[in-house]
Structure formats: C-alpha cells, structure tokens
Design a protein around this ligand. Sequence first.
Ligand SMILES: [Zn+2]
Ligand SMILES: [Zn+2]
Length: 371
Amino acid sequence: MSEDYYELLGVQRDASEEQIKKAFRKRARELHPDVSDDPDAEERFKELAAAYEALSNPESRARYDQFGEEGLKGTGQPDFADFGSFQDLFDAFFGAGGDPFSGFQRAATPAGGEDQAAEVNIDFLESARGTTREIEVELIGPCEECDATGAAPGAELATCTVCEGAGEVEQVRRTMLGQVMRRTVCPQCQGQGEVPSERCATCLGRGRHARIETVEIEIPAGIDHGQRIAMRGRGHAGGPGAPPGDLYVHVAVASDDRFVRDGLDIISTAQITAFDAMRGTTIEVPTVEGELEVELEPGTQSHHEVVLRGKGFPAINQRGRGNQRVIVEVMIPKIEGSDAKAALGALESSIDERAYGGDAGLLGRLKQAFR
Ligand SMILES: [Zn+2]
Ligand SMILES: [Zn+2]
C-alpha cells in the first residue's frame, strides 16, 4: 500500500468530502468482482477502501496529509483484514448480496440485475431510415451450467443454516458510516432459504456470470444523435428469482456533408448559377430517400427556400414527419473583359424594371419565417 491515497481515488488533494465519496463509489463499482476481470481487484479494492477510510474523515485526512500513511498507524482505525473475505467488505459497505451498484440501504429482497450501457454509431441516412445493429455487450447472464440455480449437477437442496430458511438475516455492522443494524438478504442463500449441497463450479454458486453477448438493436427511423434506446430486461441478470436490469444503448449519429438536421426537418443547400437563376432551371436534390428533381422558377433569388414536404425525419412513436428545406445559393460570376461587359450592358438595358419585382427581399423572408 505505497500508492498515494489521492491518486488511488483519482481526486485532487483539495477535493471536497463529497468529491472523495463520489470518486470512491465510482472506483468501487469498477472493481466489482462480477464486472472487473482484473485478478488484483480484491487487493485493489482493499487499498481503495483504506484510502477512502483515511480521507473521508477530516482528522485522519489531516494526519495523512501531514505524515502520510505513518500518521495513520495506531489510531484505532478499523483494520480491513478484520472484515475477512472480499464479500464481507462489500457487505459492510453496500449491504448483503455485495452489490456496489445499488444504494447503501437495500430492501430485503434478492438483488435485481443492474442496468448496462452500450453505444452504437450509425450514419445520417440510417438515422432517417432506421436500421438494425448487432453489438457486443458485456453482460452478467444466468449460468447455463446450473440453469441459474447455483447448484452443482445432482446437488440436493437443504435448508440454509445461516438464516434457517427465513431468507434474511439481521446484521450489525461496523461501517465507515457508523454502526448499522438492518435486515438484509441472507448472503448464504441469497434469500432462497435453501442452499445446494454442492455449488456450481462455473458460477461458484452465484447462478450468474459475466460474458460477452451479441445483442440485436432495432434503431427506429427518426432517432437523433445523443438519444438512447432502452431495452427493458436486457441488462445484467438478477440474483435467483430477481428480475434482470435494463440495457441502455446510446446512439451516435455521424454528420453528413449534404444534410443538417433541425428538429424533424432536414436542411440542405443547392448552388445554381446566376444565369440559371434568371432563366429558371431544374436541379437534382439529394434527399434521404434518394435524388429528387426540383424545378426552380425564372428569377429564383439567392436564399430562396424550397420545401419538400414529408422528406424530413419521421417522429418516433408519433405520427407526422418533418420536411426537407432546400436553400438555394445563387453563384454570381465575376465579369471581366470589354466584350463580356458590353454583352452584360446590353442584357441589363433589355431588362424591364418590373422584372426585379415580386420579391420581398431577405428581410421580408425572415419576417415570414418568424411569423
Ligand atoms: Zn452455475
Ligand atoms: Zn439463508
């Protein structure tokens, strides 16, 4: 235990009590034996617990700051070796059943499975059309070997000697929060009241263990970047007889050069020359359903907006669909040379002043848009 306590917890030396507590809970979760595949997890948890014990108490923290670990010797701190097994450590901090994912106060029922999170990356078109993805998720699942009973093949069930069949026990624990007495799920039988005469070798009697599972995710059309899909009951398996947790899949949508999302609408731009703008033209517009021909009237102005109804994103779990808004950009050429200037002059003088009318201008269009 030579590592610095602050480094162990991953906090600054001036961290508040709250920050230290949060950091400890976070690190403790990472070292959970069901989750961590670090063979030293137990040892590291003990170090972590010692660090937290020292830094969560202002007095011992001050001593540690001044003298280091030497300053903590012979101060009546609980010796973590007294807690016995790793499971006992978890029980002391998190309640019987050893589950640091849950709160300190547990109800006397078998632990339900914990939630798991995953992420999936899709492109813009997939977010508009919907798609399915298979992702690999680390999940604690029911043990196939023992059918989640925790019993070795052929083992017989006997009344639990710890709780005498009640499924729960009263415990008085010295914890870093002081003495706590409570009824908790029996750690021996996990609330079942019975234990097998021999434990399953694969899951060590837990009835579940961690493995990588392939999960198929239906991603609905209209999903937006940063949204998450909740898959009920697809998280970690619970203890015997308890429900599984949920799987939350965060969706990341890659940007697309052609489109920008605005709520349910899609915005794109179309560049045309000043000549096409004057005489009118037909353009090919990319949409999430493929190219679409759009006619532009003679005299199309720059920033003119073409609305393609229903070509935006569908609303998820609702009716309705957004539009695609195509903003026209008119490219004005730079005219050089006397011939071109003369031709332009001739063109200009041939145009009637009324040909410029009928447009409210940019401010007018803005007013229209914000009405
Ligand atoms: Zn098993
Ligand atoms: Zn029991």
